[in-house]
Design a binder for this molecule. Structure first.
Ligand code: ADP
Length: 243
């Protein structure tokens, strides 16, 4: 088993934001977590990435319990990357330089000027630029990119760090329909060898990327299944109509 959440629980002042959830995520899978506001989706990602310490339960990655480990340990040692809602890029650096920094971030050798200029590094950066559709924009500062392109740049920066698991919190938020579709294709293409956990609302986008959807409601798992199963589940429909 690759990633298993066992009775995972988060508590804030006695309030159970996530209440004994169990999930199994296979290696290479793209899992989408949906649910109304306040369902506990972000808290699950916060626990997975070390931002919130679970009150109870386990996060087992190939048998290692990550519950309570620091965000640094989780990203560096266990290779879980995170993309927050909204872009987090260096505004005073070009698209290319942003990727260069991300690429050298986890490797001391690559941080030296000499290694950054080698053709291997250039090749890797161009490879990522192609994957995120930003080759023509490589010399631009992020402020000249569209909202969607800035999000793609951040996806590229996460890819540069070569994580095994990528968590994305509403990657399509604020995007145009065209950008949303392209983001879905990007996730399918460039992250095909990664395990991806996505929190998302946009149903067309979910349909485009997910094999399995987990529905959270009030801190508990309400349903889990394919997009078709979930979208026809009367319990799920009821919860969404109420909000
Ligand atoms: P979602 O992402 O599904 O909208 P969240 O995980 O953000 O839901 O929140 C789940 C519940 O936990 C909400 O009721 C929220 O108010 C509460 N919560 C989340 N983080 C904190 C926190 N740091 N302190 C107190 N309550 C929190």
């Amino acid at each position: 088993m690759f990633l298993e959440l066992k009775n995972l629980t988060a508590e804030f002042n006695g309030f159970k934001a996530v209440d004994k959830i169990n999930m199994v995520i296979e290696k290479g899978e793209t899992r989408v977590i949906i649910g109304p506001n306040g369902a506990g989706k972000t808290t699950v990602i916060d626990m997975l990435t070390g931002k919130t310490k679970p009150a109870d339960g386990e996060i087992l990655l190939e048998g290692n319990n990550l519950a309570g480990k620091t965000p640094y340990e989780i990203s560096d040692k266990y290779k879980i990357g995170r993309k927050f809602q909204g872009p987090n890029v260096f505004d005073n650096m070009t698209v290319y330089e942003n990727l260069e920094v991300a690429l050298s971030g986890h490797n001391k050798l690559l941080q030296t000027f000499f290694f950054r200029r080698t053709s291997t590094i250039k090749k890797r950066i161009y490879n990522i630029l192609e994957k995120i559709n930003l080759v023509t924009q490589k010399e631009m500062l992020p402020c000249f990119l569209s909202h969607g392109q800035r999000q793609w740049l951040e996806m590229g920066m996460i890819l540069a760090q070569d994580p095994d698991i990528i968590t994305l919190d509403e990657p399509a938020a604020g995007m145009t329909d065209d950008e949303t579709y392209k983001t879905g294709e990007m996730i399918k293409e460039i992250m095909h060898d990664k395990t991806v956990i996505v929190v998302e609302h946009d149903m067309d986008f979910i349909k485009q990327i997910a094999k399995t959807v987990t529905v959270l409601n009030q801190g508990k798992i309400l349903a889990e299944g394919t997009y078709d199963e979930i979208s026809h589940n009367p319990e799920v429909i009821k919860v969404y109509l109420k909000t």
